[in-house]
Design a protein around this ligand. Structure first.
Ligand code: SF4
Length: 216
């Protein structure tokens, strides 16, 4: 490995870090440190973090400096770390997870499940996208399946993904928690998601509570 490659292996492009409450999904309302990595080629038209897509514009941060920040956040009350993006799996995440493990907080991943798997996590939220379906590995590993709903096709996709996640598990192994999340500012998505959850008790609603509250 040459010097440039060695430095790159110890760093990742970071859009932002912040300590807030988890706004979405099963862990909504819990104190968390967010690490948003730069880089995503999935290309969702409704993406609310398009600024995270390019890699090169975001400064590369050393993994040990991120670990120090996680340790500070733990002292300040963070219950876990959320690795988000962008699409975190567009980077090899094993060095990050190994380094952050020293801080002692559980690691959560938010991913679309596209691309090769890497890293070790205590909780994986898979938010699959119809135009770039997730890998079998992501479907097998996730504890939480969270599908964004804009139209009726998204409901059919959500059911297909729930079946695919179960199909990837061993007999008797539980499936992921199943959540529908209306697209932001999408009344049709809200209507469809609420109606579906009312009629399907295995599913629950996820709201982007941080956006409703106007916090990060
Ligand atoms: S995968 Fe996430 S970050 Fe990437 S385009 Fe889709 S919503 Fe945006």
């Amino acid at each position: 490995m040459n010097a440039a490659a060695a430095v790159e292996a110890l760093t990742l492009p970071v859009v932002e870090t912040f300590h807030s409450l988890q706004g979405e999904g099963v862990h909504t309302g819990r104190s968390a440190l967010f690490i948003r990595l730069g880089g995503c080629s999935v290309g969702c038209s409704w993406c609310d973090t398009k600024h995270s897509w390019p890699v090169a514009v975001h400064p590369r941060r050393r993994l040990d400096s991120l670990t120090a920040e996680v340790q500070q956040a733990a002292t300040a009350g963070a219950a876990f770390v959320v690795i988000t993006g962008g699409e975190p799996l567009e980077h090899p995440l094993d060095p990050l997870c190994t380094t952050l493990a020293a801080a002692g907080l559980p690691l959560h991943l938010e991913t679309s499940g596209v691309g090769p798997w890497s890293g070790q996590f205590h909780w994986i939220t898979l938010s699959p996208k119809p135009h770039r379906p997730p890998s079998a590995e992501a479907l097998r590993r996730c504890q939480e399946l969270k599908v964004v709903v804009h139209d009726a096709q998204d409901l059919a996709f959500a059911e297909a993904m729930a079946s695919a996640a179960l199909a990837q598990r061993r007999s008797g192994e539980p499936g992921p928690a199943l959540l529908l999340q209306p697209g932001w500012d999408c009344p049709e998505g809200q209507r469809l998601a609420i109606g579906f959850v009312q009629a399907h008790p295995g599913w629950r609603l996820s709201l982007q509570s941080h956006k409703w509250l106007g916090v990060r």
